[in-house]
Design a protein around this ligand. Structure first.
Ligand code: PLP
Length: 436
């Protein structure tokens, strides 16, 4: 018989209590020793996440003109992050089906894993066909990078992790959390607004063998500057003999040129036979931010390795979150596995990419009208722009205009639209003149 009152309103008068709650306390709070009580006393306040902190500060700003140029999410011309129509159709189909409950396998939805592998490495990839790539569905791109770090901790526990200067801040957080010392490699030169490629190679050459090197495949976050095709080729030759371990973060497939071209650096490494770890996110390309959908692909040199790597990854997943969430991966699999939905999705992705590119051009043109050159913004790729705005200028934009951006001057380009561009450009023009 149920212990719950049949009429919920009864509980206000005669609360249903478990036998545990009515038994006398085993010890009085006064009897808890000072050392026992002190468990959390020394816990320091951790700094808030820079990007999430910015969102919160903007949300609390009462100025109706406030603008948040921080978040790495796509917004349409109305400033909204909406589900993609192709994904909504996939959702309708999935919901209409006879749904089974239960856990996903530890390594995720096998159909999603196969399709996401093909998306990254190409349908005709011999590596895919020969089973040399181990794929594990992950909770977003963050989960994929984190799984890569956990796996590497088992394989090269005393290595260092090298991340680009600057980078997506979570790269440092993830590798440090797993216990790797983290160092930054030279990447972006503010003066010449380009990649410090020669310095990067020199730096990598100076590192002890088997360093973990985290690279961005495309749409470098936060700068928007990527390696050129010839630099990728040089990097590929370098990694072929250096013993360093490439971890390629691929969070923006389709946001630079197209799905195929954006994946070219990864295919270059994989086809050259360089073992590498590729962390992908489907958050941006499918506008599925809260569904946490991504995958880690590990490129191995033979099937035996691929199987053993999978066994290690399964053990890691089991210990940290057991198995991944189902819905996001089902949606992606439904879209990628259906030629009509896939064609629609590709057009939607092209639409997102093109809107961002147009906003870059519009921003540059508006700033030019106001007498300021921001040509570089149109030369960068992806969601973000390193605008060159300084920390004091960002601060002034926040204080005087309620325009929120990172202190590094990073601006999320999809946050710009025809409605807010004039306000934002007027404010930037004023601030770059008045604050150095
Ligand atoms: C470079 C990079 N890697 C990984 C991620 C994480 O993606 P997700 O939101 O899927 O965890 C992001 C998201 O901003 C990113 O910019």
């Amino acid at each position: 018989m149920s212990a719950l009152p049949s009429n919920p309103s009864e509980s206000a008068f005669a609360p249903a209590v478990s036998p545990l709650a009515v038994s006398p306390l085993a010890v009085s709070p006064l009897a808890v020793s000072p050392l026992t009580r002190a468990l959390f006393a020394q816990v320091q306040e951790a700094p808030p996440d820079a990007i999430l902190g910015l969102n919160q500060a903007c949300a609390q700003d009462k100025n109706p003109k406030r603008q948040n140029l921080g978040p790495g999410v796509y917004m349409d011309g109305e400033g909204l992050t909406k589900p993609l129509p192709s994904v909504l159709k996939a959702e309708t189909r999935i919901i209409g089906r006879d749904r089974k409950e239960g856990y996903l396998p530890i390594d995720g939805n096998p159909i999603f894993n196969r399709l996401s592998q093909e998306l990254v490495f190409g349908k005709s990839s011999s590596l895919v066909k020969d089973g040399l790539i181990t794929t594990v569905q992950s909770p977003g791109g963050t989960g994929a990078v984190s799984l890569a770090a956990h796996l590497l901790k088992r394989i090269v526990p005393s290595a260092s992790a090298l991340i680009s200067d600057p980078t997506w801040p979570n790269h440092r957080g993830i590798f440090a959390e797993v216990g790797f010392p983290v160092q930054a490699y030279p990447y972006y030169d503010e003066k010449s607004r380009s990649v410090r490629f020669e310095e990067l190679l020199q730096f990598l050459n100076s590192q002890p063998q088997r360093a973990i090197v985290v690279l961005h495949a495309s749409c470098h976050n936060p700068t928007g500057y990527d390696f050129s095709e010839s630099q990728w080729k040089e990097l590929c030759s370098f990694f072929a003999t250096s013993s360093h371990i490439p971890v390629i973060d691929f969070a923006y497939q389709g946001f630079k040129e197209n799905l195929e071209i954006d994946a070219a650096p990864i295919r270059l490494f994989a086809e050259a036979g360089i073992p590498c770890l590729v962390a992908t996110s489907l958050s941006k390309s499918f506008s599925l931010y809260s569904q946490r959908v991504g995958a880690l692909h590990v490129v191995t040199t033979n099937k035996g390795e691929a199987d053993r790597v999978l066994s290690q990854l399964k053990q890691i997943v089991r210990a940290i979150y057991s198995n991944p969430p189902a819905m996001g991966a089902s949606l992606v699999a439904e879209v990628l596995g259906d030629s009509t939905l896939r064609t629609e999705w590709e057009a939607e992705l092209t639409g997102m990419r093109e809107r961002i590119a147009h906003m870059r051009l519009d921003f540059v043109a508006e700033m030019k009208k106001r007498g300021h050159s921001f040509e570089h913004v149109a030369q960068q790729y992806g969601m973000f722009s390193y605008t060159g705005l300084t920390a004091p200028q960002a601060e002034e934009l926040r204080k005087r205009f309620s325009i929120y951006l990172m202190s590094t001057g990073r601006v999320s380009i999809p946050a710009l639209n025809k409605q807010n561009l004039t306000y934002i450009c007027d404010a930037i023009a004023e601030v770059v003149t008045s604050v150095r």
